[in-house]
Write a protein that binds this ligand. Structure first.
Ligand code: GLN
Length: 201
């Protein structure tokens, strides 16, 4: 298949437009995804930052939880930022009562891990997998990956060792928001996974 990959941004809540604009800037054909039919038409999905408990609830209201779980199980490339990372985690710590995730990443994630004093902060992160230029990372009420299974590749950690970016096959997750800083390399990594998958069909 030549041409642009067709990718979706889960558009239930959160910073949908920033991701859509960034992906379009990278040459992808972007669809906003709210319904199962829309999910079925894309070759990759971004789950934005926002509020994971709200996206979880809306996904169940809109009948999207099962289709997304099935798509992940079938190998759909998915990139989750912040709340999106929480939704990709197999285990969520400090979720609200009854909070669920789509899962797929063999990780345990703690919500709002930096406490009230550090609601948000920015820093330059070394991310060897993305080359020598550090990633300027913005953390907003961010989660931390507290545990990761053997199949999970740690892509970035804070200087104190806490994990903030991971990859497992076609699934990528970051605690922070590259899309607010115009950092494109995580989205490019995701799109590379999408292209690899579509080229195999
Ligand atoms: N704290 C939010 C949550 O639990 C995530 C914040 C974000 O996406 N910037 O979903």
């Amino acid at each position: 298949m030549a041409g642009s990959p067709r990718v979706g941004v889960l558009a239930l809540q959160g910073d949908v437009r920033e991701h859509a604009a960034l992906l379009a800037g990278l040459g992808a054909e972007v669809a906003l995804v709210r319904r199962p039919e829309e999910l079925a038409s894309v070759d990759g999905l971004v789950i934005p930052g926002g509020e994971s408990s709200v996206i979880d609830k809306l996904s169940r209201t809109f009948g999207m939880q099962e289709p997304i779980r099935d798509a992940i199980a079938a190998g759909l490339p998915v990139y989750g930022t912040c709340a999106g990372l929480i939704l990709l985690a197999d285990e969520v710590l400090d979720g609200i009562e009854g909070q669920q995730s789509f899962g797929g990443l063999d990780i345990s994630v703690r919500r709002n891990a930096f406490g009230r004093q550090t609601e948000s902060f920015e820093m330059d992160l070394d991310v060897p997998a993305l080359g020598e230029v550090p990633v300027h990372a913005t953390f907003i009420r961010a989660p931390i990956v507290e545990g990761a299974g053997e199949r999970v590749e740690v892509v970035a950690s804070l200087p104190d060792g806490r994990i903030v970016a991971v990859r497992q096959g076609p699934l990528v997750g970051t605690s922070f928001h590259p899309e607010v800083d115009g950092e494109t390399r995580f989205h490019e990594l995701f799109l590379a996974g999408v292209r690899e998958r579509t080229s195999r069909r």
